[in-house]
Design a protein around this ligand. Sequence first.
Ligand SMILES: Nc1ncnc2c1ncn2[C@@H]1O[C@H](COP(=O)(O)OP(=O)(O)OP(=O)(O)O)[C@@H](O)[C@H]1O
Length: 257
Amino acid sequence: MQAAAPIRLADVTLGYDRHPAVHHLTGLIPAGALLAVCGPNGAGKSTLLKGIAGLIPLLGGRIDRGGLGPRDIAYLPQAMEIDRSFPIDVLDFVSLGALRRKGLFGRLDQAERERVSAALAAVRLEGFESRGLDTLSGGQMQRALFARLIVEDQQAILLDEPFGAVDEATTEDLLHLIGHWRDEGRTVVAVLHDYELVRRVFPQTLLIAREPVFWGATAEALTSENLARARGMVEALDEAAPVCGRDSGEARRANAF
Ligand SMILES: Nc1ncnc2c1ncn2[C@@H]1O[C@H](COP(=O)(O)OP(=O)(O)OP(=O)(O)O)[C@@H](O)[C@H]1O
């Protein structure tokens, strides 16, 4: 694993078909940070993670990943984005975490096989190796995804709603893994809706509603005033309106074509 590095966002704008979903976001994710990304539905949280992961292009601004390429950052998509009908068993799925090191056709050596076994043990999926993904419960699937992240062994890990469909026991097990990653100095950024959990585990929070509402200490971010402001900002959004004050000139020019 390479050394941890800060991720710097400078006036970042991300979106689809030139419609910004995240605008003018500037901030620093320090190496080793445990950062929650919170906000109402449609606030741009998933879009932001995809941007940091390099899965969608920037519409504006810059992301400096501290010398790392997007492929050096592990990314866990939302559960609904994962096609579980793909015919693959748990062992092969978790082994895919080694792809970056071994390539698509590379054989797993003893060290990699041990890494996969250890990852399955860490998420308590021993005995599930030959089960197809489509036979797993939601919580078991999330454990398999975390096992793949362990095998990936990246210094920065992005998690999109990792506890969306899992019970309390699974959540606690997976939180334990996140705590372990923090102790190892890895950077973890997670989109989360459970504010109590965020207050308990994540020291830093970015509250976003297309634009940043607050980025800093969790206790200061998740106040009722900030949460109400964030809700109001997303409710007020009109896709046909100029995207924001700062962009209105540019948006008017774009709409003229
Ligand atoms: N592939 C896409 N094409 C067009 N628009 C998209 C696409 N993905 C997201 N959007 C739009 O971008 C905006 C932000 O979506 P995003 O998924 O980032 O929000 P979110 O904060 O993660 O929401 P949720 O909490 O509901 O998951 C929304 O208006 C959404 O409709």
